[in-house]
Design a binder for this molecule. Sequence first.
Ligand code: NAD
Length: 499
Amino acid sequence: MAKHVTHWIGGKPWTGTAQRQGEVFDPALGTLSGHVDFASEADVDTAVAAASAAWNSWRTSTLSLRSRVLFDFRAALLRRREELAAVITSEHGKVLSDADGEIARGLEVVEFACGIPALLKGGFSESVSTQIDVTSIRQSVGVCAVITPFNFPAMVPLWFAPVAIACGNAVVLKPSEKDPSAAVLLAECWAEAGLPDGVFNVVHGDAVAVNRLLTHPEIRAVSFVGSTPVARHVYETGTSHGKRVQALGGAKNHMVVLPDADLDAAADAAVSAGFGSAGERCMAVSVVVAVDPIGDDLVARITERMARLRTGDGRRGCDMGPLVTAAHRDKVSAYIDAGVQAGAKLVVDGRGGDVDGSSDGFWLGPTLFDNVPPEASIYTDEIFGPVLGVVRAPTFDQALDLVNASPYGNGTAIFTTDGSLARRYQSEVEVGMVGINVPIPVPAAAYSFGGWKSSLFGDTHAYGPDGVHFFTRSKVVTSRWPRTTAPHAQLDLNFPGNR
Ligand code: NAD
């Protein structure tokens, strides 16, 4: 039976007023599996009103209650982990083990947020002046919008909502319309955990919902993850409406391989990070920079590993699933044509290969280009598919210059056994997340996730200490409690100094 995905407002499913719906597909079958409601502006207003009302009491909830709810949310997620992974695979297409992997990384952020009593400790200075003490506290911001992309339908919402809620805020999540069901399952987990109704809400839809959230007077903060043009729009619109905004954008991640590297480890890493989730990861490796003279050897090792990959239905134990939609598959396929025309050498062509799945699925096999010219669109654009390009660089310095010339700065990796070059790379590369012999350096939950340049608009990264900072406002209280025998303060119109 075709499913019907509805909003979640005030602690329960909510059918909106909108007349518009989107289609939801099973990418491995290539079939329409259901429809998702698209919120009107009025639907968004209803969700924000529910969140606002809930925030008024949640903001004063005790830290021990918040911590308990977070622990119970973690337990609910663990109970429903298999179900959630199956939902992700059925709408996104990524293989089941990879869907489970994104839940695992999301759970790490939930575990981080369980420690909220320690994370919200303030500061206190006794006697900064005569009989004057200073206290700093962090308080919630209000109703926070979280707008997320299709490629991590569980993990990216979990980067933000647990931290926002633990900090005493209410959340309105607008997930991707392409795979909306995971967000509803997360809402059910929050309800099972005893989170008061209205603290976590979901509205589905497209730009209409997003733009209303960006301009709604009661939305105080916006966390966005998606492509760079939309991230820029979200940042500019949200900030011009007085909101704090963190908008994470697209990427083009380079993996530099130095001649002294363990080439088998580097080839394993390039294939895993290039084709995992069919390249639909913001931290996917999309460019391998082979520093002379190891290019031919590295390409041979990568090619040999690619021949062993099984593309197919994520429910059948394959290595790589389909792309999310037919339109996206066609767009990525067109990039392969463009790469050939631009003079890159097509080493492995993923079009029309063997597939373990329905012939109607949105398939494109792993594709490898060598000698990619830096002006080719397969080098300059974020492709977001299973297309890996190799470029050659004569020296370490030229490899570093190439990476730093990219307008993106999300993630990068270097493979080497030379500690001093690795150290120079980590110091001089203009990228927010760096891996040394680690191809996908997603920071652990106690750190923060975010890129530089066109990969992030704003100044705070996701989760970790930056997350707590983003979802709280700081207040400083200066207090005087004079001894009763002390003389009363006298009139003094000078600027207050310390004595
Ligand atoms: P997208 O930008 O198309 O969509 C992201 C969100 O914005 C969705 O909720 C969508 O409904 C909404 N949206 C789309 N167009 C809009 C518009 N014109 N106005 C207002 N809202 C709009 O991104 P996507 O295709 O869902 O996800 C893939 C992109 O996300 C890639 O570029 C990838 O690199 C990026 N991404 C970045 C990170 C990161 O941490 N930097 C993480 C994951 C994904």
